[in-house]
Design a protein around this ligand. Structure first.
Ligand code: UDP
Length: 244
């Protein structure tokens, strides 16, 4: 954040971004429900150049038993980045960043999942980032919601996620890696479109109150687009492609 690469043109005179997109244009998003036969539910997402696989296991017994809760089920999330997922090899040891992202994704999913229906059990969500290009937490949260639905876990809604941000004093939708590094702000948003509730909102950078409101608006609209693709992925798996 804060103009680390001053030479990069993040927004040209025609309002076109460094990867050719307009300010309110998301990257190409492809979501597939299912795919892992040993998981209870799974999903694969390509969000621009991000490629992420999610496996869901459970509800299942909790070991050690004292970690379980007699009143409710628990959600456990592991976000993991492959060493080869980024340009400069990532140390395979769990990083503070991965621990933080695991926590925020868990907290963003919890309001959506009806854990009270499965006391004493755990639902495990394993997220593998195969390729990263900015916005992996949003892409992972989006895919995790589809994988939970694919596992048949009762949910109040799915969480759809995308980041809004600011480059060249302009609010943009879906921040890529260059924009994240050299831009002015990055605001990942997770949103349950049917319930109209935000479950994730982070902000890296500085915004005026007006820009803040605009980022939330733009982000929520982006989440609504992502939600349609989540539903389509589930529809394609269970009812077949093209059977609208
Ligand atoms: N990144 C990287 N090496 C790392 C961690 C992150 O190159 O060890 C890149 C990766 O492309 C990631 C981006 O930095 O998507 C932005 O990371 P951030 O922590 O903002 O999370 P994200 O935007 O992926 O949710």
């Amino acid at each position: 954040m804060g103009g680390r690469d001053a030479t990069m043109v993040l927004l040209d005179e025609n309002g076109i971004r460094c990867d050719g997109r307009k300010v309110d244009e998301p990257r190409r998003i492809m979501i597939r429900a299912g795919g892992l036969k040993n998981a209870d539910g799974s999903a694969y997402i390509e969000f621009g150049d991000n490629k992420i696989l999610v496996g869901v296991f459970g509800p299942r017994d909790v070991h050690p038993k004292h970690m379980s809760d007699t009143d409710t089920g628990i959600l456990r999330v592991r976000y993991h980045m492959e060493p080869f997922s980024v340009g400069e090899r990532k140390n395979p040891a769990p990083s503070r960043r991965e621990i933080e992202i695991s926590k925020v994704i868990k907290e963003a999913l919890e309001p959506a999942v009806m854990l009270d229906k499965f006391p004493r059990t755990a639902v495990d969500v394993f997220i593998e980032v195969l390729q990263a290009d900015g916005g992996t937490r949003c892409a992972a949260l989006t895919a995790a919601s589809v994988a939970l639905a694919d596992a048949g876990i009762p949910m109040r809604d799915m969480v759809a996620a995308i980041a809004a941000g600011k480059v060249a004093d302009t609010v943009i939708l879906d921040v890529n890696n260059e924009e994240d590094q050299a831009g002015q702000a990055d605001m990942p948003i997770g949103y349950m479109p049917s319930l109209k509730k935000i479950t994730l909102l982070q902000l890296d950078g500085v915004l005026t109150p007006e820009e803040y409101k605009k980022c939330v608006d733009v982000g929520v609209k982006g989440c609504e687009l992502v939600y349609e693709l989540q539903k389509k992925a589930l529809h394609d798996k269970y009812f077949g492609k093209g059977d609208e």
